[in-house]
Design a protein around this ligand. Structure first.
Ligand SMILES: Nc1ncnc2c1ncn2[C@@H]1O[C@H](COP(=O)(O)OP(=O)(O)OP(=O)(O)O)[C@@H](O)[C@H]1O
Length: 573
């Protein structure tokens, strides 16, 4: 067994504990039902034996017939309840796992280099978690039945008839062995199928998002071919898995049929006095009991074979989830919405800070020092690609860094995530707008904000003038990622979120990038009014914007150097 399969097995056992008692009952009830089956077969054989051999009146057999009916009813009930509890246990595990995965995904930095592809993450959380269903709901109860019932049945039959008992006890364990031999490559094939599914989902989601670009460059046909190829790959791998599953089922059916036929042949030959392996004569009642039990000995194995693939699928799913979203542990990150925060200005201290590109290959800034007093307003200039956005991200705790970044004297790592989010506000260069109304997009910053507060925020960010021209004003629904809005309008909607927060440190990445000079001046004056008494860092290429702030720093080479900008100087860095 590979190391990966072993670790997936351990993870599945850990997940199993989350189902609580329902899964234990789902395992126990079919075993009880199996016990009742022996009673039912013995009673039925007794009734037939009495009626045919001893010619007992039917009325005398009525209580036994009633018992058979009651046993059948009880077995059906136990099996039904067992199935239901198994499904319930599996649902509980899937639900808890999906919540954990989502919490884990949300808790880690969205800027992490190993952030999963969104399509693959969706597949992991939805499809791969769903693939665990069969394992918990059906495979585990079936495995318990297959491990216990044939041995119990064999042990009951052995003292009654040593030939049939030995046949069962020898043939039953051989079947899983042969099945395992035939299905040797099943796990690897299932792993490959799960990977192909993730790859196809990732590719599909990515191309869907870039539909416009693909269309503009006339790449629709090539991309369709690419998706077809990936689908074909998935189809081939799925068929390979199914092929192995069919083959191992066929092996089981073959041996089970041989076993049942062997018992039937032995009983028939004994009846016609051709075989004399028994020390006592064979009664009709006993022969019938053995015949009734013969298929039942193999039935749990048949059930296991039907769900054997669920185990391989679950292991592959766990491996794929862990490959996409990281290791599944018991420690679930707790998520809490940002607590209401005080707007008190934060001091920012950078000491010997070095930042690298996401692949860690190139140094963007090295060993920089910066002291920003609470309430100070700082502009950050520098050529494109030099590291301004990376520095803002790092101060917001979204990037790894070397050296110390302190907020109010406390290292970033010591800030609980929700405190950090509550005390800081970061406007990125490409803020994400959701497919919702303008008002809802703004209210994202403070759920439950009053209409009046939303309107005031929209007013301050100069959203109102263009919103008024839209059919439903602030209630106009915008397309995914701000589709329908101009670049400058989308940036202003995102900026309006700032005015619903009460952050002590405001980090803005080119807040006026897409605006004309008049609008830039308007926004800057609203911003500065709001940022009074709060610490503000603005990364910008605009000298006009920088000139309005207290101090300006420029990233030059890999250092941070102070620059003096006169209020009169305007232009672009
Ligand atoms: N996956 C990656 N591998 C290597 N380098 C990367 C990767 N992703 C981004 N980079 C580099 O990291 C740098 C990030 O720069 P950053 O966005 O901080 O610059 P900036 O000063 O904000 O630029 P602008 O003014 O254009 O916004 C860029 O030089 C970019 O080329």
């Amino acid at each position: 067994m590979t190391k990966q399969a072993k670790s997936a097995g351990k993870t599945l056992s850990r997940l199993q504990r989350r189902a609580g008692a329902s899964l234990w009952w789902a395992i126990a009830l079919p075993l009880v039902s199996g016990g009742l089956l022996v009673w039912q077969a013995a009673t039925l054989a007794h009734v037939v034996g009495q009626a045919v051999e001893s010619r007992v009146e039917l009325t005398a057999l009525l209580p036994s017939l009633a018992l058979i009916l009651a046993l059948m009813g009880a077995r059906a009930l136990f099996s039904g309840i067992g199935d239901w509890l198994g499904t319930r246990g599996a649902e509980a595990i899937k639900q808890a796992l999906r919540q954990d995965l989502l919490a884990g995904l949300l808790a880690r930095s969205p800027r992490r280099q190993d952030q999963p592809h969104s399509g693959a993450a969706v597949t992991a959380i939805i499809d791969q978690v769903e693939a665990l269903d069969g394992y918990f709901a059906r495979y585990i109860p079936a495995a318990a039945q297959a491990a216990l019932l044939p041995l119990v049945f064999g042990a009951i039959i052995l003292p009654l008839d040593w030939v049939a008992g030995t046949l069962f006890l020898v043939s039953a364990p051989l079947i899983p062995l042969f099945m395992a031999l035939v299905g040797w490559g099943a796990q690897a094939a299932t792993d490959r199928q799960a990977q192909a599914l993730s790859r196809l989902s990732g590719r599909f989601a990515d191309r869907l998002r870039g539909l416009l670009t693909l269309k503009l460059f006339g790449r629709e046909a090539a991309e369709t071919d690419g998706i077809m190829l990936a689908s074909e790959n998935l189809r081939r791998r799925t068929l390979r898995v199914l092929g192995i599953a069919f083959l191992s089922s066929a092996v089981l059916e073959f041996f089970a049929a041989l076993g049942v036929a062997g018992v039937a042949l032995y009983l028939g030959l004994t009846f016609i006095d051709f075989l004399h392996l028994r020390s006592s004569p064979l009664t009709l009642e006993l022969a019938l009991f053995l015949l009734l039990m013969a298929p039942e000995v193999y039935n749990p194995l048949r059930l296991l074979a039907a769900h054997y693939h669920d185990r391989a699928a679950a292991k592959a799913a766990v491996a794929e989830i862990e490959a996409q979203l990281g290791f599944l542990t018991d420690g679930v990150p707790t998520l809490s919405d940002a607590a209401p925060c005080l707007g008190r200005a934060l001091a920012v201290t950078l000491s010997g800070v070095t930042l690298r590109t996401p692949d860690h290959q190139r140094v963007l800034v090295e060993n920089i020092e910066l002291d920003i007093a609470p309430g100070q307003h700082i502009a950050l200039l520098g050529p494109s690609g030099q590291g301004k956005s990376t520095l803002l991200d790092a101060i917001a705790g979204l990037r790894t860094h070397e050296g110390d970044i302190l907020l109010d004297g406390k290292p970033l790592g010591d800030w609980p995530e929700h405190h950090l989010r509550a005390r800081t506000f970061l406007l990125t260069q490409r803020p994400r707008l959701l497919h919702a109304s303008l008002a809802d997009n703004i209210a994202l910053a403070r759920p439950g904000a009053s209409r009046r507060d939303i309107e005031t925020a929209a007013e301050r960010a100069s959203v109102m003038p263009f919103a008024a021209a839209l059919p439903y004003g602030l209630d106009t629904i915008i397309g995914e990622d701000g589709l329908g809005l101009s670049g400058g309008q989308a940036q202003r909607v995102a900026l309006a979120r700032l005015f619903l927060r009460d952050a002590g440190l405001i980090l803005l990445d080119e807040p006026t990038a897409h605006l004309d000079p008049a609008l830039e001046a308007e926004i800057m004056s609203a911003l500065l009014a709001y940022a009074r008494g709060r610490t503000l860092i603005v990364a910008t290429h605009s000298h006009a914007a920088a000139a309005q702030l207290d101090k300006t720093w420029r990233i030059a080479g890999q250092s941070l150097v102070p620059v003096a900008i006169s209020a009169k100087r305007k232009g672009v860095a």
